[in-house]
Design a protein around this ligand. Sequence first.
Ligand code: SF4
Length: 172
Amino acid sequence: MSYFLDGDRAITGTLLWYYAICKRQVWLMARSITPDEEDPRIDLGRAIHETSFDTETKEVGLEGVKFDVVVRGRKLVYEVKTSSSFIEAARLQLKYYLYRLRELGVEMEGRIKVPREHKTFRVTLEEGDIEMLEDVLREIREIVMMPRPPPPKKIRFCNRCGYRDFCWGTEG
Ligand code: SF4
């Protein structure tokens, strides 16, 4: 399975998360049109992530993806989220990390941690997931190659999206 967008630019895990939420966001992110980094909700996400693990956590970086692995006991890949509202998007992102590890011969399980809700979700690679991920990666490449972004569609994520002013101006 190819996880490259174009040339040697790898498809990031975040891009799969966006794919599950909004295809327009995939195009904007992949084209490096940066969202509003001053958004306090982005800071909150970083702060929660930075305070959610002990010192036995290691950040692992593969091409285009970075994730946390807790090394005590069983090795687990962690993804920390500020809420469980978009849990299916987080599952997709984590399955992509598990797939990338499997390609290297490393079988691991994933956990989505939502510290503010005291919730943890178990994620594994199931039968059919590889084919599903192949389809997702293919579609992401197709979206990014489009000359224009897909039109905006009002969804519940728009209110917390860094692109909301870009998509909706003051009406958003
Ligand atoms: S504001 Fe809404 S339509 Fe625009 S990129 Fe974000 S989620 Fe997509």
